[in-house]
Design a protein around this ligand. Sequence first.
Ligand SMILES: *Cc1c(COP(=O)(O)O)cnc(C)c1O
Length: 363
Amino acid sequence: MGENEQKYVKEAFDTNWVAPLGPNVDGFELAIESYINNGTQVAALSSGTAAIHLALEILGVGQGDEVLCQSFTFSASANPIVYLGASPIFVDSESETWNISPTLLEKAIVHRIAAGKKPKAIVAVHLYGMPYQVKEIQAISEKYDIPVIEDSAEALGSTFKGQKCSSFGTIGILSFNGNKIITTSGGGALVTKHKAYKEKAIFLATQARDDAPHYQHSHIGYNYRMSNILAGIGRGQMEVIDDRVAARRANHQLYFDALHSIDSIEFLPEPKGYFSNRWLSCILTPSFAHREKIRTALLAHNIESRPLWKPMHLQPVFSKCLSFIDATSEALFDRGLCLPSGSNLSKEDVLRVIRVIKTIDHD
Ligand SMILES: *Cc1c(COP(=O)(O)O)cnc(C)c1O
């Protein structure tokens, strides 16, 4: 936490705004809007997952529809597709950014259109904070007229050609879960340039109440709005977002400087025009065995590290889903490791991790 989170939360108590709306919600939304900029409007919600759910519904996804989704991601990118009775179709990653492959995406679209099932939306993810290939994905979205939901849950503060992530898709989403770069303990947001989408999101997130003096409903709604207490934490966090990005990037730089000369440890470089918040510092090793050697050596020193996300097309729950894959994400899952990356790590903490990795036989 920074310095002012408690001040905003106390204000909510002092003014008795302990409700799922209020001045902190407005203030938090304004702070995100001016940070993302580029004409975006923001609706603060209870989670990033809720934001994806609403984005899909706003874009008309329903029973029996198909939605294309990056396979290499956290399950929350895909689960809301199933909430709506639609089917995810998973698309593998390219190796420049580890995100959805434009080539495979187009192949999937052509295949589904030929089958008479044009996909309703594309869920693309800026995984670990690295922007996906924005230009290529936008071009495909326009060519086939399929909207993009830009999952920026891990990418607040990342930019492509100087423009902030979450402002590229038809609808963007953010997460303020406890593990993300800034947090409201739990929370999320829907980001869009379309005022009508923001209004629809807030309508659906507050139980879809029609405009009437009594409780009148002509639509199924949800209870997905962010509370004024949590938005107070968010306002304080928005004041320190740049420090948090700098801290994550400093971790990554320390790891890179100390380890990049080891042949069997690779880092994902930022392609020209890409700026990653380096939410997590990840390394790639030559094999599963080598990855495990590093992970278990760290564990023996009481240091937790984790394999990269297990792709959705390999998850038991999604095993029957159609997928367009080329083994890229499977290799990343087998060979990759997330190192300790919190923005509260001290330099000494990072150096301790580095020392353990350096003691391993990397031949
Ligand atoms: C965390 C995360 C989400 C979900 O956000 P919650 O706020 O935890 O619901 C969605 N997609 C990705 C890629 C995430 O990392």
